[in-house]
Design a protein around this ligand. Structure first.
Ligand code: GCO
Length: 436
């Protein structure tokens, strides 16, 4: 099971937590559907004990959570808020006491606003502060957790948020985006070094949402679009992390727009990793943009007709997951991976105490099969986390999209197991019996 701090915790102004860019963004009219914010979310900050009991009751043996940087460092500087740290000490001890393994994410998009005011990820100072945050988490919590990752989906916290303007901080500028991509990669490298100097044995990685890209049609132009799309949206992340260089095709096209002296950081960025995480939801069909002046990669996604979609509009196709993993392991020498997120938005409510979300059961079942298929094709997958434990704040979609296996009534904070949660528990129980 997986969650992220801003999406579930609430208690945005409690115990010395500072503001993050998502507080600012969600409180800016027009940015999030219905003006929803994470101020209260699932109130997990106060309900964490019963939420952990819920995880345990489902038979889940590992929980992926994120630590809110602005709870530990409200101003984004080096001054630690011990009350914020104490929350995560309790939470993680609570997992350990219940026999649940803990996978920690350091950056699930909640950049302290104070750092954003000073240039955010485009300012190299942010990377050093991030490394300090990573070192602090490892020093105080590293002995109780099972794995740590630096970034969750750096594509989202760079391209989606600085080029497409959909996520915080919501800007649309290619130069800034390239500076942010690079700044985050450098922060990742510095954080891995910081984690290892505190705790060399702690499995350390990064989580990517690599896109499973397919051509919209059968033309050569669409096939070329797939290559350019892959170069920009996947390789700008995979190549520096795993090969220590940016894709030459991208540098040739827009390299002049990279931040100064980026070449000096490539060795820092390319740290050997113990694992990487893959978040997968849907395939991406692409073609050329209609605009001849569009900057590289000049591609756009195409929505196919007459295909199954979840309530957020994402096409359902589990075969793209195994295909993508097999292709990536052919293209790169990658460490073992975890499926760190996979799931579906279906918005059924509670009727007579029951949430009938058969579509989610079908989705999870087919994707778990795709994982098994990839494993039988030699992809080294070490674990699977369903997204998400419970319905939560779905970023720009606010509370309209429900990804949980557990239903949340936001007025009463009542949790109700959906049929998918019952199914998941039975699936895990049967699997455990097979293993014994
Ligand atoms: C992610 C997001 C999750 C989303 C989920 C559904 O890592 O992709 O962090 O927080 O809620 O992906 O969009």
């Amino acid at each position: 099971m997986a969650t992220a701090a801003y999406q579930i915790e609430g208690a945005a102004n409690e115990d010395g937590r500072g503001a993050s860019i998502w507080d600012t963004f969600s409180h800016t009219p027009g940015k999030v559907l219905n003006g929803d914010t994470g101020d209260h979310a699932c109130n997990h900050y106060h309900l964490w004990q019963s939420d952990l009991d819920l995880i345990k009751s489902l038979g889940v043996d590992a929980y992926r959570l994120s630590i809110a940087w602005p709870r530990l460092f409200p101003n984004g500087d080096l001054e630690l808020n011990k009350t914020g740290l104490a929350f995560y000490e309790q939470l993680i001890d609570g997992c350990v006491a219940r026999g649940i393994k803990v996978h920690v994410t350091l950056y699930h998009w909640d950049l302290p606003q104070a750092l954003a005011n000073d240039g955010g990820w485009a300012n190299p100072k942010t990377a050093s502060h991030f490394a300090h945050f990573a070192a602090t988490v490892t020093k105080f919590l590293g002995d109780r957790i099972d794995a740590i990752c630096t970034f969750n989906e750096p594509w989202c916290s760079s391209v989606l948020s600085h080029l497409l303007g959909i996520h915080a901080p919501g800007t649309k500028d290619l130069n800034t985006t390239l500076a942010v991509i690079h700044g985050q990669h450098r922060a990742h490298g510095l954080a891995v070094q910081a984690i290892r100097s505190e705790h060399p044995e702690l499995p350390t990685g990064i989580v990517l949402n690599t896109q499973a890209i397919r051509p919209a049609g059968s033309s050569q132009a669409d096939k070329d679009a797939v290559i350019r799309h892959h170069n920009f949206h996947n390789r700008m992340f995979l190549d520096p992390l795993f090969k220590g260089q940016y894709p030459p095709e991208v540098m040739e096209a827009i390299g002049v727009r990279m931040p100064k002296n980026w070449q000096n950081d490539m060795a820092t960025i390319c740290q050997p990793l113990d694992y990487w995480g893959v978040n997968y939801y849907t395939p991406e069909y692409v073609t050329n943009t209609d605009n001849n002046d569009a900057a590289y990669p000049a591609t756009r996604g195409v929505l196919r007709e007459n295909v199954a979609r979840t309530d957020i509009g994402w096409e359902v196709d589990a075969t793209a997951l195994s295909e993508m993993l097999i292709n990536l392991y052919n293209e790169y020498s990658l460490p073992p991976c975890f499926i760190t997120e996979n799931g579906a938005a279906y918005n059924q409510g509670v009727v007579d105490g029951v949430v009938d979300d058969q579509a989610r059961i079908d989705y999870l079942q087919s994707h778990i099969l795709a994982v098994q298929n990839a494993m039988s094709n030699h992809v080294p997958i070490r674990g699977y986390f369903a997204w998400s434990l419970m319905d939560n704040f779905e970023w720009a979609e606010g509370y309209t999209m429900r990804f949980g296996l557990v239903h949340v009534d936001y007025k009463t904070q009542k949790r109700t197991l959906k049929n998918s949660a019952h199914w998941y528990r039975d699936f895990l129980t049967e699997r455990d019996m097979c293993h014994d």
